[in-house]
Design a protein. Structure first.
Length: 512
């Protein structure tokens, strides 16, 4: 054992920092695409004649394909090669974006969005797993994942800004066409500079039952939450989707415990630290996605901001995320255990969210919303960075793609839950407020409009209280489940001794 520990580590890839540029560019494209279309949707709906009942499918088609195929995409990257999966994902995403930008009707638009989601599901886990296998030095890994974490956390807000600018000064089609140069530059750069480490592919046969069960189960889950937002939680089809999803995913777990070459080895999911990351990150994303929705509506509908002004109003959050990820998380990650970054980070974000529970119709942006966004960004950036790194740290290289896919899956499912759950809570509180003030609302005129605005803000405030609680729960999970020490030290190792993954955690301790 000591001989193994003393063996020299493989030489670091000299092009790894160049590769990071193209990996980060691709990740930015995928993350911002989740929100960039939101601001352009009203214009696209009018131009293409999409009905009010079907407009949500422009968002849902992407979410279903992306969320449902992530685990499959992660395993394809492990099996086929992460560089190959990364480049093919970029090319496919660019072609799907061109199709969306050129759409001449509803069917073409929805097909393009589903294709974007499918290629995104191949691209996103390939990007994260490339970082995991290329950056092995603890300090370098901290810097690389600091950049990646900032993009993963702040990309959605960047999408709101870019979507507003493109829609207002060009037209909605450019929210699709803008992906093409991103994808081409990232694909050419990746092909030229990325050198995937030898021996890191998974040559095992593909687990077809696992692919079918996981894809159908995740699609049913994401669609169930999406439908709950529009049709209500008691809708028979919504309830059927949740029941079906539970049955499919339980069958998937059972299958994975029995097959010889599982799509998602349970050792990836059940390792204490990674499990803590997936759970805490998924919960934190619930609160973040709900907040994006509420703040966008508050600023545009209540405060009367233009789409561009609304997008720029999110800049403090982006600045906070970049600072938290690259200046706090990356600098401290090699000095303190991950739980001491993630736990406090989620609490700082919860403090920012707590400020937003004080929202009123006349609230000042500089006095309330700006400091709240800064705290949210700092906290989330600080927590996201070690979470992204820890989610793939110590994993068997042959499982890096599917471990990366689980990070994206927890975020995607969290986003779907957050949008549906918090929007439902907000709608219920708004309805209750209007019922209590029915006489003033019936009077008409400025007083009625004020009651309407106050009802909306009351709904947002009620839902944000739930988001505060969810972030506190994320912090508690991080403090409780994540027990590993800082990289390169003899911190506690999760249960399951004797696995290949635990050996990778322990080797630096013996060498040290």
């Amino acid at each position: 054992m000591s001989k193994t520990a003393a063996a020299p580590a493989p030489a670091a890839d000299p092009s790894r920092w160049k590769a990071l540029v193209f990996i980060a560019l691709a990740q930015l494209m995928v993350v911002l695409d989740a929100t960039i279309v939101n601001i352009a949707l009203p214009s696209a709906q009018t131009d293409l004649g999409i009905s009010d009942g079907n407009r949500q499918w422009v968002i849902t088609a992407y979410a279903l394909a992306f969320g449902g195929l992530l685990l499959f995409g992660g395993r394809i990257a492990d099996k086929w090669g992460r560089k190959n999966a990364f480049v093919v994902g970029l090319i496919g995403f660019a072609l799907a974006s061109a199709l969306g930008g050129a759409a001449n009707g509803e069917a073409m638009m929805l097909g393009a969005r589903a294709l974007q989601g499918a290629f995104g599901a191949l691209l996103a886990p390939a990007a994260l797993s490339l970082l995991a296998v290329m950056f092995t030095d603890a300090k370098e890994r901290a810097k690389a994942f600091g950049i990646y974490g900032a993009i993963a956390g702040g990309g959605g807000a960047v999408g709101l800004i870019l979507g507003g600018v493109l829609t207002e000064y060009l037209n909605w089609r450019w929210t699709f066409f803008v992906n093409i140069p991103f994808a081409i530059v990232a694909a050419v750069g990746a092909w030229l500079v990325i050198r995937e480490p030898a021996g890191s592919r998974n040559r095992a046969p593909l687990d077809i039952p696992g692919v079918v069960l996981s894809t159908l189960g995740l699609v049913a889950l994401v669609y169930g939450f999406t439908r709950a937002e529009s049709e209500g939680w008691s809708d028979p089809l919504t309830m059927g989707l949740f029941i079906g999803s539970a049955v499919l995913l339980a069958s998937f777990v059972f299958t994975e415990s029995k097959v010889r070459s599982p799509l998602l080895p349970l050792r990836v999911l059940l390792e204490r630290n990674r499990g803590g990351v997936y759970l805490s990150l998924g919960l934190a994303v619930i609160s973040m996605f709900g907040l994006f929705l509420f703040l966008t509506y508050y600023l545009q509908v209540v405060k009367g901001f233009s789409p561009v002004k609304t997008g720029f109003a999110f800049l403090p959050m982006i600045a906070g995320m970049i600072t938290g990820s690259t200046q706090i998380g990356a600098r401290l990650m090699t000095r303190v255990p991950p739980r001491l970054l993630m736990g406090p980070g989620f609490l700082v974000a919860a403090t920012g969210m707590l400020l937003l529970t004080q929202l009123e119709v006349g609230s000042s942006y500089p006095a309330l919303i700006l400091p709240a966004q800064l705290l949210l960004g700092l906290g989330m950036g600080t927590a996201f960075m070690p979470a992204m790194s820890l989610a793939t740290h110590g994993v068997n290289p042959a499982d890096a793609g599917v471990a990366s896919a689980m990070v994206n899956t927890s975020q995607q499912v969290g986003g779907a839950i957050g949008t549906a759950l918090l929007n439902t809570i907000a709608a219920s509180a708004t309805t209750a407020y209007l019922a209590d003030h029915a006489a003033e609302a019936a009077a008409g005129g400025p007083a009625a409009r004020l009651i309407q605005a106050q009802a909306m803000v009351e709904g947002y405030s009620s839902a944000i209280w739930w988001a505060v609680g969810i972030l506190v729960a994320s912090s508690a999970i991080a403090f409780t489940l994540i027990t590993t020490g800082r990289p390169g030290t003899g911190g506690p190792v999760a249960s399951g001794s004797g696995s290949a993954e635990d050996a990778e955690f322990k080797i630096p301790v013996i060498a040290h």
